[in-house]
Design a protein around this ligand. Structure first.
Ligand code: G6P
Length: 603
């Protein structure tokens, strides 16, 4: 979490940094700050609250300089406050630092430095980096970075300016992302590509414990022995338009609307002639007797959906594990296990740890990742990219949909290779998948009923989501989406579980969202619907095989027909819209829900 950016060049760094921070705000928004270096030394403005508070502050107290660093914070150590905001300065005001990550041994370092008379002003772990770097600085910033990094335990992506070496902006990372952008008018460091897209699409990806030294017209890289290393900038295909709201009130709605295109491009990346196709073709699936899918949040829910698809088509056991649990459970995986890591950012700390644990135990790893060059993308044996483009809203929508469709395609390919489906069945399944973008587009043309129904749900205290089999898996995502952005308590249950406890929570006017896209299970889910209606619940029944007529307590939303295995791609759109309109009617900050961050790079 936390977003960092830095710039050195021929233009005023402040507007460039503030604009970059806007595009990183999804990483955290408890506080923000900017420091520039100019002939007067460092000028720093930092402020508790969203970026708009920082902008207001800068308009009152303008600062300017050709080099600067900026930070948007998701607090881990020390409450969100002005003093705990980044950038942090050493006590001699010689070094300024922005940090994303957690320094685990900060207390020991702090005590050591305090004994030497150094005074700290904040409660953060990050301030120790500025103080330590200042303490170590001997006139050579690369050497200082090496000594400082060697003393730190934990994770970090750092941007550092030093008054004694005023032409250099320095960066280093370990277990947190950092890219270097190269442009005509100057050079950048940033946590993520969208922060620099307005200026350049040429980026270098830093590996752990590599150091970048930027001047206004050069970029050099060093290893931890201080030896130069060479990196060629890569060209990113994401466009700046995809990181803009494009006339929508919120990024989330824009990203929901982009799903037909994202589905199409992701499908094309496998069925056409791209890297995804090549990688899937190269996978020898016969060596695996088990598949484990591990991920966090919505990506975990994509795994839950995929489990049903893989098991049905490939007849192979699939386990879905939360990455935060998998990493600590001494998982039973080995050479005959395929571990699939699903992650939009490719930087989720728990998913990275799960990946490393799986690799350590000899399992083969495949990742389904959206961010090019991210840690998971770089470290797994096989990397499949979703074609969602930059996703800005904290609550994922289009990246989730891209994960689903890529996992379906992977399952079909595995089933074919394992001889579990005929060519005819494969063709039929692929044609079902290929029909999804068109059906999603059709669905998005008639969103009014969902919007209208959602408007009547703002007063709900609790909303339950139910489904059976794969409809249950997607109910999990519907429930997560709702609580993330609307702050309404919500839980998802397998329909058959209701009678084992949950039904006691149903009372007059409780809202239950039921999903029904498995025709063979229609009567089963419908009996659950009747059970809750008879206890006073209101039901929003979403599906493509619903036979019940709407009534006083029952509203229905019809989805296009599709193979039940791929129906989650359509039902989820309805669920996303439902959550969006509930939150919009509550007037909430949909793109930046409280306490959440999009990229969770700490444990
Ligand atoms: C956070 C985000 C979720 C996301 C999860 C996993 O909690 O708010 O939207 O699903 O992290 O992120 P990843 O980048 O690994 O998919």
């Amino acid at each position: 979490m936390c977003g960092i950016i830095g710039y050195t060049g021929t233009e005023n760094a402040v507007p460039i940094i503030v604009d970059g921070l806007k595009r990183l705000e999804y990483r955290g928004y408890d506080s923000a700050g900017v420091a520039v270096m100019n002939e007067d030394g460092f000028e720093v403005v930092k402020q508790k609250g969203c970026l708009s508070a920082l902008e207001a502050m800068i308009s009152i107290k303008p600062i300017a300089g050709f080099m600067g660093i900026g930070h948007t914070r998701w607090a881990t150590h020390g409450e969100p406050s002005d003093v705990n905001s980044h950038p942090h300065l050493g006590s001699q005001n010689k070094i300024a630092v922005v940090h994303n990550g957690i320094i685990e041994n900060y207390r020991q370092i702090k005590e050591r430095l305090e004994q030497k008379g150094i005074r700290f002003v904040s409660q953060t772990d990050s301030e120790v980096i500025a103080q330590l770097a200042e303490y170590y600085h001997d006139g050579d910033i690369v050497d200082t970075m090496i000594r400082t990094a060697n003393a730190l335990e934990g994770s970090y992506a750092l941007g550092i300016m030093c008054l004694d070496e005023p032409d250099k902006l320095v960066a280093i990372k370990k277990d947190n992302p950092l890219i270097v952008g190269v442009s005509e008018h100057g050079n950048f460091i940033a946590s993520d590509v969208p922060a620099v897209l307005a200026h350049t699409n040429r980026v270098c990806y830093l590996n752990d414990r590599e150091i970048a030294v930027l001047t206004k017209n050069s970029v050099e890289f060093f290893n931890m022995d201080g030896e130069p290393i060479y990196k060629e900038p890569e060209t990113v295909t994401w466009s700046i338009d995809s990181a803009e709201k494009g006339g929508y009130e919120h990024f989330m709605l824009k990203e929901i609307m982009e799903q037909p295109r994202v589905l199409k491009e992701t499908i094309q990346s496998v069925l056409g002639d791209g890297d995804n196709r090549r990688i899937i073709d190269s996978l020898d699936v016969s060596r695996f007797d088990r598949i484990v899918i591990t991920a966090c949040g919505s990506a975990y829910n994509a795994g839950m959906v995929a489990k049903y698809v893989f098991e049905r088509l490939c007849r192979v056991t699939v386990e879905v594990e939360l990455a935060s649990e998998f990493r600590y459970k001494d998982p039973i995986v080995g050479q005959s296990t395929l571990v699939i890591l699903v992650s939009q950012s490719g930087e989720t700390a728990d998913t990275i740890a799960a990946m490393r644990e799986a690799k350590r135990k000899g399992a083969a790893t495949v990742s389904v990742v959206n961010v090019i060059g991210s840690t998971i993308a770089r470290e797994t044996d096989y990397t499949l990219y979703t074609m969602a483009g930059p996703e800005i809203a904290v609550a994922t929508t289009k990246a989730f949909s891209a994960q689903l469709v890529l996992l379906y395609l992977l399952a079909v390919s595995f089933a074919k290779k394992l001889g579990k489906i005929s060519k005819e069945t494969e063709d039929r399944l692929l044609s079902d998948i290929a029909s999804l973008p068109g059906k999603a587009a059709g669905l998005l043309k008639r969103i009014d009923p969902v919007a209208k129904y959602a408007a009547g749900c703002v007063g709900c205290k609790s909303i339950f989501f139910i489904g059976r089999n794969i409809d249950y898996a997607i109910a999990l995502e519907g429930s997560l989406k709702l609580k993330e952005i609307s702050y309404i308590h919500s839980e998802a249950y397998a329909g058959g579980e209701l009678k084992h406890g949950t039904i006691s929570l149903i009372e007059d006017n409780t809202l239950v969202v039921a999903i029904s896209c498995c025709e063979r299970l229609y009567e089963k889910i419908y009996s659950n619907v009747e059970q809750v209606i008879s206890r006073g619940a209101r039901v929003l029944f979403i599906g493509n095989c619903i036979k019940a007529e709407p009534g006083e307590q029952l509203e229905t939303i019809e989805l296009p027909e599709i193979n039940e295995l791929f129906a989650p791609s359509l039902s989820v759109i309805c669920l996303q819209l439902f959550s969006y309109y509930v939150a919009a009617n509550k007037g909430l900050d949909i793109d930046k829900p409280r306490n959440l961050a999009k990229s969770v790079t700490v444990e």
